[in-house]
Design a protein around this ligand. Structure first.
Ligand code: N0T
Length: 514
């Protein structure tokens, strides 16, 4: 018996994140995994609501569900845990053959405290609130609440112990989010007695080192950003302690998500949570959170320029591109292509179980469904190629010129809004509905995989050596576990003007003379 169970454990290593050369890979059951996820609305992890969640998830064909775990429901009285919500999620996810990312709604939820149990909310002596400079108590917990932190740590560790017992042989849960968009609203920093003392004291050496600041107290080192930097230190330290406690019990990949500072936001504590992992606070956050494997970006924009501004700072040698949430609209269907090619670990759409008649929802279901129908069957192959830097992504961006990238000895140009039989619109800025998206994967020097929607792809050799370097063959088909299967060879009208990928997506394999 002991032998049988240790063999089973050995066959299924823990999910983990590996990285090389700035590219990352999440491995599940020892295989590359790319998270193509949907997240339910905040109050949907209840049995009566789950059928709508599963319908929504299957409509978009995602391979992963992001689901909250509510502290208030999991620990209704101090130290008495109720894991029925978690067990329901595990059972249903297994029945639907998808993986789970669980979101720990603990001390912080969107810079607030509304998932803290009532016994915490009622006892402001043991679990102190934030204090404003004027001494006003705020609807948010102090990151200096020693007992609050102890309670959150204990609850998160209990959740991880439950998963270890209920899921270690399945790994239905592949990753955990620690807190949700942490940080402070209502004041830029806490003004309680402990906070005031720490704010007046010397900035820890490690923080100075990570931020390149000179010594002294927070004001001296950070000037007008002192309060926000101080809060980032306090909150990141707190979140890391929770992550560390959970990881010691059951070492799943752990991340936290950022309410970002973009789209013109400049005011911490009023426009976005102060001290959360916004991009200007990332050096402090990364330095303070060794127990976290990643800081994810919650990107609520339909424009590629804002997406880039929001996400690029998070792709670092020590942090994977990971879109932990994005708005559930049709234009956001482009982001996953970009994240994949950057060597990121995945992308999730927030609020998939909205009302059927919500404006834009039908188009979002169509676009993200098209994505996942195309990407999910080859996600492991794509993740492996992305890890090695063999993928280029191209997304439509009105106003920009047609993107071109080089893969091996080939310049790949992708244009959007091409009309069949007409030359490619590569000499003027792009226009049109921004939904075009494509990936080109270099399989070997002579073969490329081309996949995407609403895009024209053209190959041109970068070798000008008088030799013949041309596209020999374009096959439509699919990647199966045993390799490439051709459904038809494209030629003539289908290739003479470039490879036109239809709006709902297609996958081609291209052979070139190397
Ligand atoms: C997100 C979601 C959910 C000027 C919003 C986004 C989710 C949380 N918060 O629907 O509440 O639980 O993580 C904040 C978006 C601010 C955008 C400001 C742009």
């Amino acid at each position: 018996l002991a032998l049988a169970s240790s063999t089973a454990m050995a066959a299924d290593p823990m999910p983990r994140i590996v990285h090389q050369g700035g590219h990352f890979e999440l491995q599940v059951d020892g295989q590359p995994y790319f998270v193509l996820a949907g997240q339910m609305h905040n109050s949907s992890a209840w049995p009566g609501r789950m059928p709508a969640v599963w319908d929504a998830l299957s409509a978009i064909g995602a391979n992963t569900l992001e689901a909250p775990v509510y502290w208030e429901t999991m620990e209704p009285t101090p130290g008495k845990f109720d894991f029925s919500e978690v067990d329901m999620l595990l059972d249903q996810a297994r029945a639907h053959h998808v993986r789970l990312v669980l979101l720990w709604f603990g001390t912080w939820k969107n810079g607030g405290m509304h998932y803290a149990p009532e016994w915490i909310r009622r006892d402001t002596v043991r679990y102190p609130r934030l204090l404003t400079a004027e001494g006003q108590q705020v609807d948010g917990l102090s990151p200096f609440g020693i007992e609050t932190l102890a309670r959150d740590k204990q609850a998160f560790a209990a959740l991880m112990a439950h998963l270890k017992q209920a899921d270690a042989l399945h790994h239905t849960v592949i990753m955990m989010q620690v807190e949700n968009e942490s940080g402070l609203f209502g004041t830029v920093r806490d003004h309680g007695a402990a906070a005031d003392a720490a704010f007046a004291a010397a900035v820890p050496e490690a923080v100075l080192h990570a931020t390149g600041r000179q010594g002294g107290n927070w004001r001296a080192a950070f000037g007008s950003d002192a309060e926000e930097a101080f809060s980032a230190y306090a909150v990141s330290h707190y979140v890391d302690a929770i992550a560390e406690a959970g990881k010691a019990v059951y070492p799943l990949p752990l991340y936290t998500n950022a309410w970002m500072r973009y789209r013109g936001l400049t005011q911490p504590g009023t426009e976005y949570p102060s001290g959360g992992p916004s991009w200007t606070m990332l050096p402090i956050w990364k330095q303070q959170t060794p127990a976290l494997d990643a800081i994810g970006s919650d990107v609520y924009t339909d424009t590629f320029a804002e997406f880039r501004k929001g996400v690029l700072p998070y792709g670092r040698a020590d942090n994977p591109p990971w879109v932990s949430e994005s708005g559930f609209t049709a234009p956001t269907s482009r982001w996953v292509f970009d994240v994949l090619a950057r060597g990121g670990i995945g992308c999730s759409q927030f609020g998939i179980d909205g009302d059927a008649d919500e404006p834009g929802r039908a188009a979002a279901v169509q676009a993200h469904g098209d994505n996942n129908r195309l990407l999910a069957p080859v996600a492991s192959t794509l993740a492996a190629a992305a890890y090695e830097g063999r993928i280029a992504a191209f997304v439509q961006e009105p106003g920009a010129m047609s993107p071109q990238q080089t893969l091996g000895n080939w310049a790949v140009t992708v244009s959007f809004g091409a009309v069949w039989g007409h030359p490619s619109p590569t000499t003027a800025p792009q226009s049109g509905t921004p939904l075009g998206r494509a990936l080109v994967v270099r399989l070997d020097p002579a073969h490329f995989l081309v996949l995407g929607m609403g895009a024209r792809v053209e190959f041109a050799s970068t070798l000008h050596d008088g030799g013949v370097h041309e596209m020999l063959r374009a096959e439509e088909g699919r990647m199966t576990p045993s390799g490439w299967t051709t459904t038809r060879i494209l030629n003539g009208d289908e290739t003479d003007y470039g490879l036109d990928l239809p709006v709902h997506g297609d996958m081609l394999r291209v052979e070139v003379t190397p």
